[in-house]
Design a protein around this ligand. Structure first.
Ligand code: EPU
Length: 307
């Protein structure tokens, strides 16, 4: 496998200006601090570099995984085959002019929220404490009961699988609870939002109230991937896991949080196999006790064992 990675790196080095790594441990790039290596990881230098990269991957029939900040992701212990495109250092432009906020896909949601608050614009407060990059947040329609990233979205700019740049308006995007379907293989590079003028002191007050609440109700002191399951219609996954008496259940270095039942935390040295074992146990017991089938919110990628 390393041989394949070296060959792919050599091919890419001739045409890519960005940074290329081989067999890069993905535990360095996920919030969970879990995950085997990426065969090849590339930080594209800009949109033209990204287009070339996607073209090579297509040409070589190499699978592609786009990584933002790895906040809503469980990478399995065997790692990821093909190319992982790391967008956390690219597409970092951010501006607000007359309520129109334009934002590169690699910008952290916390920076977007801070800019809106500084500019006296309201609408993003519901994103308080939501980790990740704007591109990743749009893909997963991230948010809280107080609002999601798509609520004020106007359009996104993507590079599609044929390497073409396209603008997609909000109306063209098929979205649902914690989901946003894009054309196959499309990579988001920029997004634009329209926000209303608000009262700066109220915006800041809302943000600090939500932050305090989050810090009290979620295990922020540990590594995790945020909520593991989607909330089932009309109920809460955390409540159901608590009802099934699974809080504080441990497997290896992973634990179902005692603070919030919809979080699995890495106490140190957890493997993806430990996490999946707990996920399976939670699904089985919640189903047996309540009849509810919990659906994963996090994205699970990679191979379980050595590639
Ligand atoms: N609850 C329990 N036991 C628990 C956890 C929660 O009984 O162990 C109960 C709470 O008492 C409350 C209800 O479940 O009545 C909802 O709990 P909470 O207010 O913590 O909200 P949540 O629905 O569990 C959602 C989002 C979080 C977001 C919070 C902000 C989902 C799946 N989760 O959690 O988002 O931070 O609201 O309030 O939509 C994420 O998406 O990664 C995430 C963490």
């Amino acid at each position: 496998m390393v041989k394949g990675a070296v060959r792919l790196r050599e091919r890419l080095q001739d045409v890519i200006r960005g940074h290329i790594l081989i067999e890069e441990p993905l535990c360095r790039h996920t919030y969970f601090r879990i995950g085997g290596p990426a065969e090849v990881m590339v930080y594209p230098a800009d949109v033209e570099d990204l287009k070339v990269l996607l073209a090579v991957a297509r040409d070589e029939s190499v699978p592609v995984l786009v990584l933002g900040s790895g906040s809503n992701m469980l990478v399995l212990d065997g790692g990821v085959e093909g190319v992982v495109i790391n967008l956390s250092r690219t597409f970092l432009d951010l501006s607000a002019v007359d309520g129109l906020v334009r934002c590169g896909a690699g910008v952290r949601t916390s920076r977007l929220l801070a800019l809106a608050a500084r500019s006296g614009l309201t609408g993003f407060e519901g994103l308080t404490g939501v980790p990740g990059t704007v591109g990743g947040a749009i893909r997963g329609n991230a948010g809280t009961p107080s609002g999601t990233i798509l609520d004020h979205l106007d359009w996104i700019r993507v590079v599609d699988c044929s390497g073409e740049e396209r603008l997609l308006s909000r109306g063209e995007m098929n979205t649902g609870y914690r989901s946003c379907a894009l054309p196959t293989g499309a990579v988001i590079v920029e997004a634009a939002f329209t926000l209303r003028k608000g009262v700066p002191v109220e915006i800041r007050r809302t943000i600090s109230t939500l932050l305090v609440r989050r810090n009290l109700t979620q295990p922020v002191e540990f590594r995790s991937a945020g909520c593991i399951f989607k909330n089932p219609l009309g109920d809460f996954a955390g409540r159901l896991v608590e009802l099934a008496e699974l809080k504080r259940l441990r497997r290896g270095g992973a634990e179902i949080s005692g603070t919030h039942g919809n979080f699995i935390v890495n106490l140190g040295g957890a493997t993806a196999a430990d996490v999946l074992w707990l996920v399976d146990r939670a699904r089985t017991e919640v189903r047996a006790k309540t009849g509810v089938a919990l659906e994963l919110e996090i994205q699970v990628v990679g191979s379980p064992g050595a590639r």
